[in-house]
Design a protein around this ligand. Structure first.
Ligand code: SAM
Ligand code: SF4
Length: 409
Protein backbone atom coordinates (compact mmCIF):
# COMPACT_ATOMS: atom_id res chain seq x y z
CA UNK A 1 0.00 0.00 0.00
CA UNK A 2 2.85 2.33 0.80
CA UNK A 3 4.54 1.49 -2.49
CA UNK A 4 1.31 2.47 -4.23
CA UNK A 5 0.98 5.71 -2.24
CA UNK A 6 4.62 6.58 -2.95
CA UNK A 7 4.05 5.95 -6.63
CA UNK A 8 1.16 8.39 -6.71
CA UNK A 9 3.15 10.99 -4.81
CA UNK A 10 6.03 10.56 -7.26
CA UNK A 11 3.70 11.10 -10.22
CA UNK A 12 2.11 14.11 -8.58
CA UNK A 13 5.38 15.93 -8.10
CA UNK A 14 6.61 14.92 -11.55
CA UNK A 15 3.51 16.69 -12.87
CA UNK A 16 4.74 19.77 -11.03
CA UNK A 17 7.99 19.61 -13.00
CA UNK A 18 10.25 17.78 -10.59
CA UNK A 19 12.52 14.99 -11.79
CA UNK A 20 13.40 12.03 -9.62
CA UNK A 21 16.98 11.72 -8.34
CA UNK A 22 18.69 8.89 -6.50
CA UNK A 23 20.60 10.74 -3.77
CA UNK A 24 19.32 13.12 -1.13
CA UNK A 25 22.13 15.58 -1.81
CA UNK A 26 20.86 16.04 -5.40
CA UNK A 27 17.29 16.81 -4.28
CA UNK A 28 15.52 20.14 -3.81
CA UNK A 29 12.62 18.37 -2.17
CA UNK A 30 12.63 15.12 -0.21
CA UNK A 31 9.36 13.38 0.64
CA UNK A 32 9.56 10.62 3.23
CA UNK A 33 6.48 8.43 2.88
CA UNK A 34 6.34 6.44 6.07
CA UNK A 35 5.08 3.30 7.80
CA UNK A 36 4.07 3.22 11.47
CA UNK A 37 3.13 -0.43 11.97
CA UNK A 38 6.25 -1.36 13.93
CA UNK A 39 8.81 0.67 15.85
CA UNK A 40 11.72 -0.28 13.59
CA UNK A 41 10.02 1.69 10.78
CA UNK A 42 10.04 4.80 13.00
CA UNK A 43 13.69 4.25 13.91
CA UNK A 44 14.60 4.17 10.24
CA UNK A 45 12.70 7.38 9.52
CA UNK A 46 14.51 9.12 12.39
CA UNK A 47 17.80 8.06 10.84
CA UNK A 48 16.80 9.57 7.49
CA UNK A 49 15.52 12.77 9.12
CA UNK A 50 18.84 13.17 10.96
CA UNK A 51 20.76 12.86 7.72
CA UNK A 52 18.40 15.31 5.98
CA UNK A 53 18.89 17.85 8.77
CA UNK A 54 22.62 17.72 8.14
CA UNK A 55 22.22 18.11 4.37
CA UNK A 56 19.90 21.03 4.90
CA UNK A 57 22.40 22.80 7.09
CA UNK A 58 24.92 22.38 4.27
CA UNK A 59 22.32 23.86 1.87
CA UNK A 60 22.13 20.68 -0.21
CA UNK A 61 18.47 19.86 0.45
CA UNK A 62 15.92 22.66 0.48
CA UNK A 63 12.63 21.13 1.58
CA UNK A 64 11.50 18.05 3.48
CA UNK A 65 7.97 16.63 3.69
CA UNK A 66 6.85 13.74 5.90
CA UNK A 67 3.82 11.81 4.64
CA UNK A 68 2.04 8.52 5.37
CA UNK A 69 1.18 6.80 8.62
CA UNK A 70 3.75 8.53 10.86
CA UNK A 71 2.38 11.80 9.52
CA UNK A 72 -1.06 10.71 10.72
CA UNK A 73 0.19 9.73 14.18
CA UNK A 74 0.60 11.99 17.22
CA UNK A 75 4.32 11.23 17.22
CA UNK A 76 4.73 13.41 14.11
CA UNK A 77 4.40 16.56 16.28
CA UNK A 78 7.48 15.52 18.31
CA UNK A 79 9.39 14.70 15.11
CA UNK A 80 8.53 18.12 13.70
CA UNK A 81 10.00 19.72 16.82
CA UNK A 82 13.21 17.69 16.70
CA UNK A 83 13.84 17.78 12.97
CA UNK A 84 13.52 20.39 10.28
CA UNK A 85 10.34 19.37 8.42
CA UNK A 86 8.41 21.77 6.18
CA UNK A 87 5.22 19.79 5.74
CA UNK A 88 3.59 16.91 7.61
CA UNK A 89 0.70 15.10 5.94
CA UNK A 90 -1.29 12.08 7.06
CA UNK A 91 -2.85 9.42 4.89
CA UNK A 92 -6.11 11.26 4.18
CA UNK A 93 -4.74 14.58 3.04
CA UNK A 94 -1.93 13.65 0.67
CA UNK A 95 -3.66 15.89 -1.87
CA UNK A 96 -2.37 18.93 0.10
CA UNK A 97 1.04 18.07 -1.31
CA UNK A 98 -0.24 19.34 -4.67
CA UNK A 99 -0.41 22.91 -3.42
CA UNK A 100 2.93 22.55 -1.67
CA UNK A 101 4.66 21.69 -4.96
CA UNK A 102 2.75 24.36 -6.91
CA UNK A 103 0.05 22.27 -8.58
CA UNK A 104 -3.63 23.28 -8.68
CA UNK A 105 -5.42 22.39 -5.45
CA UNK A 106 -6.91 18.91 -5.31
CA UNK A 107 -10.01 17.99 -3.35
CA UNK A 108 -9.28 14.46 -2.23
CA UNK A 109 -6.71 11.73 -2.02
CA UNK A 110 -8.93 8.99 -3.37
CA UNK A 111 -8.46 7.42 -6.77
CA UNK A 112 -8.90 7.93 -9.64
CA UNK A 113 -8.35 11.68 -9.33
CA UNK A 114 -4.77 11.16 -8.32
CA UNK A 115 -2.62 9.54 -10.97
CA UNK A 116 -2.03 5.87 -10.19
CA UNK A 117 0.36 3.45 -11.79
CA UNK A 118 -0.76 3.90 -15.42
CA UNK A 119 1.63 2.70 -18.03
CA UNK A 120 3.28 0.07 -15.88
CA UNK A 121 3.08 -3.60 -16.81
CA UNK A 122 1.60 -4.18 -13.39
CA UNK A 123 -0.47 -1.82 -11.29
CA UNK A 124 -2.05 -1.49 -7.87
CA UNK A 125 -5.70 -0.51 -7.61
CA UNK A 126 -6.99 0.62 -4.22
CA UNK A 127 -10.48 -0.77 -3.60
CA UNK A 128 -10.83 0.29 0.02
CA UNK A 129 -9.05 2.41 2.59
CA UNK A 130 -8.93 2.14 6.39
CA UNK A 131 -10.03 -0.74 8.59
CA UNK A 132 -13.03 -1.42 10.84
CA UNK A 133 -11.27 -3.96 13.07
CA UNK A 134 -9.60 -3.05 16.34
CA UNK A 135 -6.88 -5.66 16.71
CA UNK A 136 -5.21 -5.21 20.10
CA UNK A 137 -1.72 -4.57 18.68
CA UNK A 138 -2.49 -2.58 15.55
CA UNK A 139 -2.13 1.14 14.85
CA UNK A 140 -3.62 0.98 11.35
CA UNK A 141 -7.22 1.95 12.28
CA UNK A 142 -5.83 5.00 14.13
CA UNK A 143 -3.67 6.24 11.27
CA UNK A 144 -5.75 5.10 8.28
CA UNK A 145 -9.24 5.60 9.72
CA UNK A 146 -12.38 3.52 9.28
CA UNK A 147 -13.08 1.46 6.19
CA UNK A 148 -14.25 3.29 3.09
CA UNK A 149 -15.09 1.11 0.08
CA UNK A 150 -14.70 2.45 -3.40
CA UNK A 151 -17.69 2.03 -5.74
CA UNK A 152 -17.48 -0.90 -8.12
CA UNK A 153 -17.87 1.25 -11.24
CA UNK A 154 -14.92 3.39 -10.22
CA UNK A 155 -12.71 0.32 -9.65
CA UNK A 156 -13.70 -1.32 -12.93
CA UNK A 157 -13.24 2.00 -14.76
CA UNK A 158 -9.68 2.28 -13.46
CA UNK A 159 -8.91 -1.35 -14.30
CA UNK A 160 -10.22 -0.92 -17.86
CA UNK A 161 -8.13 2.23 -18.33
CA UNK A 162 -5.04 0.48 -17.03
CA UNK A 163 -5.55 -2.53 -19.29
CA UNK A 164 -6.16 -0.25 -22.29
CA UNK A 165 -2.86 1.46 -21.41
CA UNK A 166 -0.93 -1.82 -21.48
CA UNK A 167 -1.14 -3.07 -17.89
CA UNK A 168 -1.29 -6.85 -17.76
CA UNK A 169 -1.33 -7.45 -14.01
CA UNK A 170 -3.65 -5.75 -11.53
CA UNK A 171 -3.36 -6.09 -7.74
CA UNK A 172 -6.43 -5.05 -5.74
CA UNK A 173 -5.32 -3.33 -2.55
CA UNK A 174 -6.73 -2.67 0.90
CA UNK A 175 -6.16 -3.55 4.57
CA UNK A 176 -9.02 -6.07 4.48
CA UNK A 177 -9.97 -6.31 0.79
CA UNK A 178 -12.35 -9.19 1.39
CA UNK A 179 -14.43 -6.91 3.65
CA UNK A 180 -15.21 -4.79 0.56
CA UNK A 181 -18.95 -4.12 0.16
CA UNK A 182 -20.71 -1.59 -2.01
CA UNK A 183 -24.19 -1.16 -3.48
CA UNK A 184 -25.26 -4.69 -2.51
CA UNK A 185 -22.12 -6.23 -4.02
CA UNK A 186 -19.48 -8.15 -2.07
CA UNK A 187 -15.79 -8.69 -2.64
CA UNK A 188 -16.25 -11.86 -4.70
CA UNK A 189 -18.51 -9.96 -7.16
CA UNK A 190 -15.86 -7.30 -7.56
CA UNK A 191 -13.05 -9.84 -7.96
CA UNK A 192 -14.99 -11.75 -10.60
CA UNK A 193 -15.74 -8.56 -12.52
CA UNK A 194 -12.08 -7.48 -12.40
CA UNK A 195 -10.96 -10.95 -13.46
CA UNK A 196 -13.03 -10.51 -16.61
CA UNK A 197 -11.39 -7.19 -17.48
CA UNK A 198 -7.77 -7.84 -16.52
CA UNK A 199 -5.50 -10.56 -17.90
CA UNK A 200 -3.97 -11.26 -14.48
CA UNK A 201 -5.34 -10.38 -11.05
CA UNK A 202 -4.24 -10.70 -7.44
CA UNK A 203 -5.47 -9.13 -4.21
CA UNK A 204 -4.03 -8.35 -0.79
CA UNK A 205 -4.57 -8.39 2.13
CA UNK A 206 -7.48 -10.40 3.44
CA UNK A 207 -9.04 -11.01 6.86
CA UNK A 208 -10.08 -14.56 7.79
CA UNK A 209 -13.44 -13.36 9.19
CA UNK A 210 -14.40 -11.88 5.85
CA UNK A 211 -13.04 -14.55 3.54
CA UNK A 212 -15.94 -16.26 1.80
CA UNK A 213 -15.73 -19.79 0.44
CA UNK A 214 -17.00 -18.60 -2.93
CA UNK A 215 -14.02 -16.24 -3.21
CA UNK A 216 -11.68 -19.16 -2.55
CA UNK A 217 -13.50 -21.25 -5.15
CA UNK A 218 -13.39 -18.41 -7.67
CA UNK A 219 -9.61 -18.34 -7.21
CA UNK A 220 -9.49 -21.96 -8.27
CA UNK A 221 -11.95 -21.62 -11.14
CA UNK A 222 -10.97 -18.38 -12.81
CA UNK A 223 -7.95 -18.57 -15.09
CA UNK A 224 -6.99 -14.94 -14.70
CA UNK A 225 -6.74 -14.96 -10.88
CA UNK A 226 -3.32 -15.82 -9.44
CA UNK A 227 -3.77 -18.76 -7.07
CA UNK A 228 -1.91 -17.12 -4.24
CA UNK A 229 -3.79 -16.48 -1.00
CA UNK A 230 -2.40 -14.19 1.67
CA UNK A 231 -4.51 -14.75 4.76
CA UNK A 232 -2.97 -13.43 8.00
CA UNK A 233 -3.67 -15.70 10.98
CA UNK A 234 -1.47 -13.95 13.62
CA UNK A 235 -1.63 -16.86 16.11
CA UNK A 236 -2.69 -20.51 16.31
CA UNK A 237 -4.01 -20.14 19.86
CA UNK A 238 -7.70 -19.39 20.39
CA UNK A 239 -6.83 -17.69 23.65
CA UNK A 240 -4.43 -15.29 21.90
CA UNK A 241 -6.81 -14.74 18.97
CA UNK A 242 -9.38 -13.59 21.51
CA UNK A 243 -6.93 -11.29 23.30
CA UNK A 244 -6.01 -9.88 19.88
CA UNK A 245 -9.73 -9.36 18.99
CA UNK A 246 -9.28 -11.19 15.70
CA UNK A 247 -12.88 -12.46 15.67
CA UNK A 248 -12.21 -16.09 14.62
CA UNK A 249 -10.87 -19.30 16.09
CA UNK A 250 -7.98 -21.37 14.77
CA UNK A 251 -10.37 -24.11 13.67
CA UNK A 252 -12.31 -21.69 11.45
CA UNK A 253 -9.04 -20.58 9.89
CA UNK A 254 -8.06 -24.20 9.23
CA UNK A 255 -11.42 -24.81 7.52
CA UNK A 256 -10.87 -21.82 5.20
CA UNK A 257 -7.49 -23.23 4.27
CA UNK A 258 -9.04 -26.61 3.50
CA UNK A 259 -11.46 -24.90 1.10
CA UNK A 260 -8.59 -23.04 -0.55
CA UNK A 261 -6.40 -26.14 -0.88
CA UNK A 262 -9.31 -28.01 -2.41
CA UNK A 263 -10.16 -25.16 -4.79
CA UNK A 264 -6.55 -24.56 -5.85
CA UNK A 265 -4.43 -27.59 -4.88
CA UNK A 266 -1.41 -26.16 -6.62
CA UNK A 267 -1.87 -22.66 -5.15
CA UNK A 268 0.33 -20.87 -2.63
CA UNK A 269 -0.68 -19.77 0.84
CA UNK A 270 1.02 -17.11 2.92
CA UNK A 271 0.24 -15.54 6.26
CA UNK A 272 1.29 -13.03 8.93
CA UNK A 273 2.21 -14.25 12.41
CA UNK A 274 3.01 -12.19 15.49
CA UNK A 275 5.25 -13.76 18.12
CA UNK A 276 5.57 -12.41 21.65
CA UNK A 277 2.25 -10.55 21.94
CA UNK A 278 1.78 -9.70 25.66
CA UNK A 279 0.52 -12.73 27.54
CA UNK A 280 1.64 -15.28 24.93
CA UNK A 281 2.53 -18.49 26.79
CA UNK A 282 4.58 -21.48 25.72
CA UNK A 283 1.33 -23.38 25.16
CA UNK A 284 0.02 -20.58 22.87
CA UNK A 285 3.27 -20.70 20.94
CA UNK A 286 3.02 -24.52 20.60
CA UNK A 287 -0.44 -24.07 19.12
CA UNK A 288 0.93 -21.61 16.58
CA UNK A 289 3.59 -24.14 15.59
CA UNK A 290 0.89 -26.79 15.22
CA UNK A 291 -1.22 -24.54 13.01
CA UNK A 292 1.79 -23.67 10.88
CA UNK A 293 2.42 -27.37 10.36
CA UNK A 294 -1.23 -28.16 9.60
CA UNK A 295 -1.65 -25.32 7.10
CA UNK A 296 1.76 -25.91 5.48
CA UNK A 297 2.22 -22.27 4.52
CA UNK A 298 4.28 -21.57 1.44
CA UNK A 299 5.62 -18.44 3.13
CA UNK A 300 4.95 -16.25 6.14
CA UNK A 301 5.77 -12.80 7.41
CA UNK A 302 6.71 -13.38 11.02
CA UNK A 303 6.77 -10.31 13.24
CA UNK A 304 8.08 -9.81 16.74
CA UNK A 305 5.45 -7.91 18.70
CA UNK A 306 6.18 -4.19 18.70
CA UNK A 307 4.22 -2.06 21.18
CA UNK A 308 2.43 0.85 19.46
CA UNK A 309 1.48 3.78 21.65
CA UNK A 310 -2.30 4.17 21.78
CA UNK A 311 -3.09 0.51 21.08
CA UNK A 312 -4.58 -1.80 23.69
CA UNK A 313 -1.68 -4.26 23.62
CA UNK A 314 0.85 -1.54 24.48
CA UNK A 315 -0.51 -1.42 28.04
CA UNK A 316 -1.31 -5.10 28.54
CA UNK A 317 0.64 -7.03 31.20
CA UNK A 318 2.63 -10.15 30.38
CA UNK A 319 5.52 -8.75 28.34
CA UNK A 320 7.43 -11.66 26.78
CA UNK A 321 11.22 -11.40 27.37
CA UNK A 322 13.27 -10.59 24.24
CA UNK A 323 15.21 -13.86 24.35
CA UNK A 324 11.97 -15.86 24.43
CA UNK A 325 10.54 -13.82 21.54
CA UNK A 326 13.69 -14.45 19.53
CA UNK A 327 13.55 -18.21 20.14
CA UNK A 328 9.85 -18.40 19.25
CA UNK A 329 10.49 -16.32 16.13
CA UNK A 330 13.17 -18.76 14.96
CA UNK A 331 11.03 -21.79 15.76
CA UNK A 332 8.13 -20.48 13.70
CA UNK A 333 10.49 -19.47 10.89
CA UNK A 334 12.10 -22.92 10.81
CA UNK A 335 8.71 -24.61 10.70
CA UNK A 336 7.50 -22.37 7.85
CA UNK A 337 10.68 -22.90 5.85
CA UNK A 338 10.59 -26.68 6.24
CA UNK A 339 7.01 -26.84 4.95
CA UNK A 340 7.70 -24.41 2.14
CA UNK A 341 10.77 -26.34 1.04
CA UNK A 342 8.84 -29.62 0.93
CA UNK A 343 5.97 -28.07 -1.01
CA UNK A 344 8.32 -26.33 -3.45
CA UNK A 345 10.10 -29.61 -4.18
CA UNK A 346 6.85 -30.89 -5.66
CA UNK A 347 7.09 -28.29 -8.41
CA UNK A 348 10.45 -29.60 -9.62
CA UNK A 349 10.23 -31.28 -13.02
CA UNK A 350 7.06 -29.51 -14.14
CA UNK A 351 6.69 -26.92 -16.89
CA UNK A 352 5.33 -23.52 -15.84
CA UNK A 353 4.02 -20.45 -17.57
CA UNK A 354 5.89 -17.62 -15.87
CA UNK A 355 4.96 -13.96 -15.71
CA UNK A 356 8.12 -11.83 -15.69
CA UNK A 357 7.95 -9.32 -12.83
CA UNK A 358 11.51 -8.02 -12.89
CA UNK A 359 13.75 -8.17 -15.93
CA UNK A 360 17.07 -9.99 -15.86
CA UNK A 361 19.94 -8.65 -13.79
CA UNK A 362 23.65 -8.96 -14.60
CA UNK A 363 23.60 -12.70 -13.91
CA UNK A 364 20.93 -13.11 -16.63
CA UNK A 365 18.22 -14.14 -14.16
CA UNK A 366 14.77 -12.59 -14.29
CA UNK A 367 12.28 -12.90 -11.43
CA UNK A 368 8.87 -14.19 -12.34
CA UNK A 369 5.70 -15.63 -10.89
CA UNK A 370 3.78 -18.79 -11.79
CA UNK A 371 -0.02 -18.91 -11.90
CA UNK A 372 0.21 -20.76 -8.59
CA UNK A 373 1.89 -17.68 -7.12
CA UNK A 374 5.39 -19.17 -6.74
CA UNK A 375 8.35 -16.85 -7.22
CA UNK A 376 10.74 -18.19 -9.90
CA UNK A 377 14.23 -17.28 -11.03
CA UNK A 378 14.44 -17.86 -14.76
CA UNK A 379 17.18 -17.33 -17.34
CA UNK A 380 15.56 -15.05 -19.87
CA UNK A 381 15.96 -11.59 -21.32
CA UNK A 382 12.17 -11.22 -21.65
CA UNK A 383 11.02 -7.81 -20.46
CA UNK A 384 8.76 -7.38 -17.42
CA UNK A 385 5.13 -8.03 -18.29
CA UNK A 386 5.87 -10.90 -20.71
CA UNK A 387 5.25 -14.59 -20.18
CA UNK A 388 7.75 -17.39 -20.79
CA UNK A 389 7.46 -21.15 -20.44
CA UNK A 390 10.19 -23.06 -18.62
CA UNK A 391 10.85 -26.21 -16.65
CA UNK A 392 11.41 -26.01 -12.92
CA UNK A 393 14.81 -27.59 -12.23
CA UNK A 394 15.24 -27.03 -8.51
CA UNK A 395 13.64 -25.32 -5.54
CA UNK A 396 14.59 -23.72 -2.25
CA UNK A 397 12.31 -22.68 0.61
CA UNK A 398 11.61 -19.26 -0.93
CA UNK A 399 11.95 -19.58 -4.66
CA UNK A 400 11.84 -22.00 -7.63
CA UNK A 401 14.63 -22.13 -10.20
CA UNK A 402 13.70 -22.66 -13.83
CA UNK A 403 16.00 -23.92 -16.55
CA UNK A 404 16.66 -22.18 -19.83
CA UNK A 405 15.77 -21.22 -22.39
CA UNK A 406 12.38 -19.86 -21.49
CA UNK A 407 10.33 -19.88 -24.67
CA UNK A 408 8.20 -16.76 -25.08
CA UNK A 409 4.47 -17.41 -24.81
N1 SAM B 1 -4.94 -5.89 7.71
C1 SAM B 1 -4.06 -6.98 7.70
C2 SAM B 1 -4.62 -8.09 8.57
O1 SAM B 1 -5.36 -7.86 9.48
O2 SAM B 1 -4.25 -9.18 8.39
C3 SAM B 1 -2.67 -6.63 8.19
C4 SAM B 1 -2.15 -5.25 8.11
S1 SAM B 1 -0.73 -4.93 9.08
C5 SAM B 1 -0.20 -3.49 8.30
C6 SAM B 1 0.43 -6.14 8.53
C7 SAM B 1 0.89 -7.06 9.61
O3 SAM B 1 1.73 -6.38 10.51
C8 SAM B 1 -0.18 -7.67 10.48
O4 SAM B 1 -0.83 -8.75 9.88
C9 SAM B 1 0.58 -8.07 11.72
O5 SAM B 1 1.05 -9.39 11.62
C10 SAM B 1 1.75 -7.09 11.73
N2 SAM B 1 1.62 -6.13 12.82
C11 SAM B 1 0.72 -5.15 12.95
N3 SAM B 1 0.92 -4.49 14.11
C12 SAM B 1 1.99 -5.07 14.71
C13 SAM B 1 2.67 -4.85 15.93
N4 SAM B 1 2.29 -3.90 16.77
N5 SAM B 1 3.74 -5.63 16.22
C14 SAM B 1 4.12 -6.62 15.38
N6 SAM B 1 3.51 -6.87 14.22
C15 SAM B 1 2.44 -6.12 13.88
FE1 SF4 C 1 -4.70 -3.92 11.77
FE2 SF4 C 1 -5.42 -5.73 9.98
FE3 SF4 C 1 -6.41 -5.84 12.47
FE4 SF4 C 1 -7.17 -3.90 10.76
S1 SF4 C 1 -7.54 -6.11 10.56
S2 SF4 C 1 -6.66 -3.66 12.90
S3 SF4 C 1 -5.26 -3.50 9.67
S4 SF4 C 1 -4.26 -6.11 11.83
Amino acid sequence: MNVHDSDRIRRMIQDAGYAEVQRYEDADLVILNTCYVRENAVDRVKGHLGELNRLRREGRVKKVALTGCIGAAEESAALKQTYDIDLVLGTHNTYELAQFVGLPTMQETYTPELPGTEGGHNAFVTIMTGCNYQCSYCIVPTVRGRMICRPMGSVIGEVENLVAGGTGYVTLLGQTVDAWRHGGKRFCDLLEAVSESAPRVWFTTSHPSNMEDRTLRAMGERDTIVKRLHLPVQSGSDRMLKVMHRGYKAERYRRKIEVFREAAPDGTLSTDIIVGHPGETEEDHEQTLRLVEDCAFDSAYIFKFSPRRGTEAASLPGTVPDAVVQRRFLEVLRQVEQNAFTRNQRKVGGEEEIYIRHGSTEDGKAIGETWSGHAVHVNTDAAPGNYVKANIESAGPHVLYAGEPGARV
